[in-house]
Write a protein that binds this ligand. Sequence first.
Ligand SMILES: C[S@@+](CC[C@H](N)C(=O)[O-])C[C@H]1O[C@@H](n2cnc3c(N)ncnc32)[C@H](O)[C@@H]1O
Length: 269
Amino acid sequence: MSNMLFRKLSRFGWFKRLNTKISNELLAKRITSSEWTFMNHGYVPNKEESVLSALNDESFDRYELQMYHYLASKVSFTGKLVLEIESGRGGGARHIAETFKPVYYTGMDRAKHAVDFSNKTHSLDNLKFIQGSAEAIPLSDKCVDIVIDIESCHNYGSIDTYLHEVWRVLNSGGYFLLTSYHSNNNELSAIRQKLDKSGMVILEEENITSNVLDAIDANEKITSRWIEDTIPTKLKKWFGEYTGAAGSQFHQNLKSGTGSYYRFLLRKK
Ligand SMILES: C[S@@+](CC[C@H](N)C(=O)[O-])C[C@H]1O[C@@H](n2cnc3c(N)ncnc32)[C@H](O)[C@@H]1O
């Protein structure tokens, strides 16, 4: 019953904003482990892709890091000003700022505690974190060369407002790197249509559902041990569901083929 109500309410933009605001502030405030700096589901590369040396270690977040590396490797960051939307706990921002060396990288997240955590945990000369919403980016028009956003745009209140904001802050010719999850084919078609009308051109589109599924499966043991050791008992079940761990609704949707996970590369006209 409560699941059904949740699904119904999730159709409304106001509910999505409220739900993500409360849950993300709670997460960032309650889970202070400086070890946990990535929040995406991870990416296992295809055979022909170059594999990060970090992938060979046993750290529980190696596939999440690979998701950032994989997406960032699609364009050159040299000499560029970058904005990341929903930078979360900042691990990906740090990796790109350190490895791909843009001139400046701004990570933005709506959750104040996540921004404070990121500024405290990741200190680099070309990196800072600010609080702001994807639907009202606190930056001037045409001020960045690359916008990057990993994973959760389906939770924003209005995708049209979000895409207009991305378009507004990008310089002409600027790139937009996006990964997104869709719980069914209608959602996928809807985001494609919105991207088509965004004033940016879709240069690349790739279905990476199997790469994400492989990451969840490969990480199953490490993730459940980490949840067991780190997450307060009362939050364990909710946390597994929220983060899409093995056995969650998200995981089942991808496995059954109902849900999908895509990468897009767009360029502002
Ligand atoms: C699944 S996490 C992804 C974080 C990061 N991209 C990563 O892969 O580690 C989702 C993040 O999006 C943020 N978020 C949700 N809605 C947002 C919005 N409208 N604007 C900016 N950030 C938002 C949340 O606070 C949370 O930190």
